[in-house]
Design a protein around this ligand. Structure first.
Ligand code: HAM
Length: 452
């Protein structure tokens, strides 16, 4: 008798293997992240070039640290109760169960590295600079991304306010040299833990009496982080804080003198700055000086202040992470925001050095010879262009013309066999055949004669 079919089971070709559900392929990066395409690199190159030059001019040495750190390095440094830690961290557990996070900034990782590698025994201050991507799960909007890039400098082991002034000078110089002339510096002092304690109580006392008028977030901040109420953007909080006590009126003698000296240095440097008693910054490690580089952009009738960078002193951070007491100060610039601003202003872009020589070839044997010739010319510092993929000499010479080179070198079948090269002066059109072995010297001689 034929077997009865089981009609309740669904019949599939291979019932043991579940059908894989294909997820939709989204051809875009996650929200708040983007590609920086070659057309925009002209701005980025200029930013990298000028910022690294400033770092070198002021004696800073490059450091690279991992993109990922143990989460508590960030939560202890930046502080529980800050937006970065409470809302914006990309945190996850590894397969080995380690709790790690993508860096939302560099300073905490730099302090960790300073302690780990015993940099405290190096001559002070230890001056470090860095650049690279950071991650914050923030609400994306113009100039605010979830993956963004910072350039920054940190000086560890020095408490003199002249270092604070130099940090401001460096950041300001880079921004200004990029062509962003509307930049202004906001500065404030939030004191040291000793004077901040009494200031904090005054602030709590003040805001407690106006609690009903504060936004929901600020009501919470009143318990956790009352200083942050000072930089809330909500209209009602802005009104309430207008008559709040100001930190600079409540500094201890040491912090007051430090701030006074910093302002004198800034005046000496002729850097335009504004005292902003509401500037507290969104990271808990700061002591004494805090500052931001701001540019004002017109947006929909409203003048909007845009922070291109910020920084300050963090004298307690290294100790808090387990190192010895180490005064320190630093700043970071938001490279994405600098690029956005430069683009808006049509600021000066980085110009790739132009090739001065074009290398044309005809035939397989000549192409092989040209590969070696290209290498020899490049190695001796001559910028050469080529179009090896093109077959006809005519189309190669067209490229040479378009690039505006001064000399074109041509290797045809005959020249490849004879070990010679045709040297064509592009201005006069004159051609000369020379030994392949003498090309580098001859090209150098001619370029020197042409000049620049
Ligand atoms: P920060 O103010 O949090 O400070 O960030 C510095 C700069 O990074 C900002 O002024 C802004 O230009 C840029 N930035 C921050 N978040 C974003 C974002 N979501 N999208 C685009 N750009 C952004 C720090 O990170 C401190 N570590 C600075 C410092 C160094 N303090 C002492 N040393």
């Amino acid at each position: 008798m034929p077997k009865k079919k089981n009609i309740t089971k669904k019949t599939t070709k291979n019932p043991k293997k579940p059908q894989a559900v294909k997820e939709e392929l989204l051809l875009q990066p996650p929200r708040g992240m983007r590609d920086i395409l070659p057309a925009d690199q002209v701005y980025w190159q200029q930013i990298r070039r000028l910022s690294e030059k400033a770092a070198a001019d002021f004696g800073y040495r490059r450091i690279d640290i991992p993109l990922v750190e143990f989460t508590n390095i960030f939560s202890r440094s930046i502080g529980e109760g800050t937006d970065i830690i409470d809302k914006e961290m990309y945190s996850f557990s590894t397969k080995g169960g380690e709790k790690v996070s993508l860096r939302p900034e560099f300073t905490a990782g730099i302090a960790r590295s300073y302690i780990q590698h015993g940099m405290n025994v190096s001559p002070k201050p230890v001056k470090l600079y860095y650049s690279g991507p950071c991650y914050r799960y923030d609400r994306p909007q113009e100039g605010r991304f979830r993956e963004f890039f910072q350039f920054g400098c940190e000086a560890l082991g020095e408490q003199d306010p002249v270092l604070d002034a130099q940090m401001i000078q460096m950041g300001w110089r880079v921004i200004y040299q990029l062509g962003i002339r509307s930049v202004r510096v906001s500065v404030n002092s939030i004191g040291c833990p000793a004077c901040r304690k009494s200031y904090r109580s005054l602030l709590v006392h003040y805001f407690e009496s106006k609690k009903q008028k504060l936004c929901i977030d600020c009501k919470k901040r009143l318990e956790k982080n009352p200083l942050r109420i000072l930089d809330c953007k909500e209209d009602k909080c802005v009104q309430v804080r207008a008559s709040a006590p100001q930190s600079i009126d409540h500094l201890c003698e040491e912090c007051r003198v430090h701030f006074k000296e910093l302002l004198e240095y800034l005046e000496e440097l002729e850097i335009p700055f504004d005292l902003d008693s509401n500037l507290v910054r969104g990271l808990d490690y700061y002591t004494k000086t805090v500052f931001e580089f701001l540019t004002v952009s017109e947006g929909g009738g409203d003048a909007k202040k845009n922070a291109l960078g910020g920084g300050g002193r963090y004298d307690g951070l290294v100790k808090m992470l387990g190192g010895e007491s180490t005064p320190a100060v630093g700043f970071s610039l938001g490279m994405d925001r600098l690029a956005v601003e430069m683009k808006k202003l049509g600021a000066r872009q980085y110009k790739e050095p132009k090739p001065r020589v074009f290398l044309a070839q005809l035939g397989v044997f000549a192409k092989k010879k040209s590969l070696r010739m290209f290498e020899a010319l490049e190695r001796s510092g001559i910028r050469v262009a080529e179009s090896f993929g093109r077959g006809s000499l005519k189309s190669q010479l067209k490229v040479a013309d378009r690039l505006g080179v001064e000399i074109t070198l041509i290797i045809g079948q005959k020249e490849a066999l004879d070990e010679t090269v045709i040297v064509k002066d592009m201005a006069s059109g004159n051609q000369e055949i020379i030994d392949a072995g003498k090309v580098v010297d001859e090209v150098k001689r001619r370029l020197k004669k042409i000049g620049h």
